[in-house]
Design a protein around this ligand. Structure first.
Ligand code: CO
Length: 132
């Protein structure tokens, strides 16, 4: 069911500082910031040869990453994302196995349907599935 690692997402308190580190110090290919008010985050992508790193900075009130950054003030790995052929079929499969899915599929930052699996059911790590 699971395919390639699509991205690793790092929650950051300061996306400009994160961009400087990855662009100027590490020599990475880093995108311009993109605001996603409906998801409560600003996102920057670091393109690697085999996957992506995403920086997530809180945007607006009630950002879903605000509590995470309170616990991890200098930032931290927030989730990782695996590609699946069919998000709805994957959701049914994991729910049938008793895993909790956090809400219905939504359109993610890459314009494709995504779901998130409860970290307590997935080895303590928030897991995202993206159709692709
Ligand atoms: Co993600």
């Amino acid at each position: 069911m699971i395919g390639a690692l699509n991205h690793i997402a790092i929650a950051v308190p300061d996306i400009e500082k994160a961009t400087r580190l990855y662009k100027e110090v590490l020599g990475g290919k880093v995108s311009e910031p993109d605001a996603f008010p409906e998801h409560g985050v600003t996102v920057v992508f670091v393109e690697l040869p085999n996957t992506k790193i995403e920086f997530l900075e809180p945007l607006g009130e009630n950002s879903p990453i605000a509590a995470f950054l309170e616990k991890n003030p200098s930032g931290g790995i927030h989730h990782f994302c695996l590609e699946v052929d069919d998000v709805n079929a994957s959701m049914k499969k994991v729910e049938d196995e008793g895993l909790r899915v956090l809400g219905p599929p939504k359109i993610g930052a890459h314009g494709k349907p995504v779901i998130f699996l409860h970290p307590k059911d997935c080895l303590g790590t928030l897991m995202e599935f993206e159709e692709g």
